[in-house]
Design a protein around this ligand. Structure first.
Ligand code: NAG
Ligand code: NAG
Ligand code: NAG
Length: 175
């Protein structure tokens, strides 16, 4: 399978360079040296920010925070949040961490559609989520420290909630 994420990144994610200093990333997302690990306190702040935003739009969400090695750091299922969204929120975050924080979960959306050169990619890795709600988290120095996945509302609501949550401790990528 032809898999050309770097070209894709340059084409689609040029806006990201304005938000995150990627001069040392060699075009593949974060390098190992650039990965710092979100800690439990930071993850709690992300969860709390997501809860606040979810309450403000009246959507009960499942919220997952993963570190750059795709390991779970924090998770909350808000009251009334869908059980089906537990797995979706986690897979949204993992979809981000599996690709070095290079793009939000929806970065794979177009190319995974029928006819796209990454058609079927969501079947890999035990299942990816290619629509919105997973956001990379960069600390104030631009280091990739983890990802947050939100599921429970519309895709746009999930994106808005995840962006807000990521920005509670740093920056993220939007397109
Ligand atoms: C980005 O990081 C590089 C390497 O640390 C540094 O030389 C450069 O000045 C930074 N650019 C911006 C815009 O902060
Ligand atoms: C959540 O909102 C409350 C009040 O609406 C505020 O006191 C609190 O600081 C907020 N927490 C976060 C993490 O945004
Ligand atoms: C997907 O393609 C549509 C139509 O070309 C475009 O408007 C949209 O920005 C693309 N979305 C992503 C995430 O690349």
């Amino acid at each position: 399978m032809k898999f050309s994420i770097p070209a894709f990144a340059l084409f689609v994610f040029s806006a990201a360079a304005q938000q995150v200093n990627r001069t040392q990333t060699n075009g593949w997302g974060s390098t190992p040296a650039q990965r710092h690990y979100i800690n439990a306190q930071q993850a709690l702040t992300v969860i709390n920010a997501a809860v606040n935003f979810s309450n403000s739009i009246n959507v009960p969400n499942d919220i997952a925070v993963f570190d750059p090695s795709s390991q779970l750091v924090a998770f909350l299922r808000m009251d009334n949040a869908y059980l089906g969204s537990v797995d979706i929120s986690m897979k949204k975050a993992k979809t981000v961490t599996y690709f070095n924080g290079l793009f939000p979960s929806y970065g794979l959306f177009n190319r995974s559609q029928p006819g796209g050169d990454l058609f079927g990619i969501e079947q890999t890795n035990g299942g990816l989520v290619v629509f919105g709600g997973g956001q990379p988290i960069f600390d104030p120095n631009g280091y990739f420290i983890g990802a947050v996945g939100v599921s429970g509302g519309t895709v746009q609501q999930d994106i808005d909630t995840a962006v807000h949550a990521a920005q509670s401790i740093g920056t993220t990528i939007t397109m």
